[in-house]
Design a protein around this ligand. Sequence first.
Ligand code: HGY
Ligand code: MN
Ligand code: MN
Ligand code: MN
Length: 406
Amino acid sequence: MTDWGALAAERLGRIAACSEPGPGVTRLPFTPEHRAALAEIRGWMEAAGLTPTLDAAGTLIGRREGDGPGTFYMGSHQDSVRHGGAYDGIMGVALACLAVQNLAETGRTLPFAVEVLAFADEEGVRFPTALIGPRALAGRFDPDVLTLEDRAGTTLWTAMECFDLDPDGIGALARDPEQAVGYLEAHIEQGPVLEQSGEALGVVTAICGIERHAVAFYGETGHAGTLPMKSRADALVGAADLISLAHHLGREEADLRVTVGQLDIAPNVVNAVPNEARLTLEIRSPDDAQREAAGQLLTRKAHEIAARWGLSLDMRKTYRQTAQPCDPDMRSGLTDAVMAAGGAGVELASGATHDASAMADLCPIAMLFLRCRGGVSHVPDEFASPADMGLAVEAMAHFLANHRPT
Ligand code: HGY
Ligand code: MN
Ligand code: MN
Ligand code: MN
């Protein structure tokens, strides 16, 4: 009898080394670390009887034929944030491979093909966009994102070409929704709910929506000692006003999350007035109207702030994903599977975004959350236990074995 949790932990321990140096895991898309991770994931897929292929969007796809038509998808993302954890995303790929391996070991065949998907880029940390892989499969890929640049000035197009991919082929990856049975993603909760309820597993009800803006204030640099305060067009002062206003807006509205995670200034020297301040503004909410209204308000305010301080402003929305409910029938089947694995069938919403958000444009989606120690994620301490991962593999295998397309 295979110890699925121990095997998951061993594999995740190995692949965590596919990372840039430094604390935690840093594995960005289309990098040497990504390439090293694909070699590990190919092994997981082959051990489960899945045939791996790499598509034009950089998604590694492990396919196993079924007894009948249609394809059921599982998976998550291989990429991490900078100095992030060893479970966000990649655990979903590992558990999906093990669930297929579990079924293969019991000799179970399925009435549909199964594809395990290891998406290249879900975090959107290297490039100011995300969900390239699932959007391609769902026929929603916007080729304009290929011109977006990372902080080194490399375009997404170039990065993909250097990864031996042909971005021109992405448009042809769209799958037939008629043949798409469903998508199941297992993911660490990235919050405290399951730990506080004493549950290993939870069934996701809905995934929040998200939008990201690239904001740049431009002013005049000058000598810190001789340029009078009232003659300054200080770009950092404009950015500071917007950051503070955004934070207070987020604090005022219960379900809103507003974050400025990145800030770069120039010339960034102790004795010169900043003439450039670039920041990322991220807004999330389970309610798309609330999120859009916050985005419009902050855009208006950014222009007012720029005018007040004699600055120019360049602000554009670089990424948007609407909130997605999980499919009720799949939720019910997943709850049965969780209970068969000994869980209580706790349900919860996701304040994090996921590949499932984009797969929802192709087929019904379901998400299985695993308990997250201390509720912390996007940090090196992120942790899911082998015991909980073992239960997840059992639940996912049970779900697959009993799922029948509606
Ligand atoms: O940022 C998120 O919510 C996800 O982990 N990408
Ligand atoms: Mn994730
Ligand atoms: Mn993440
Ligand atoms: Mn995800």
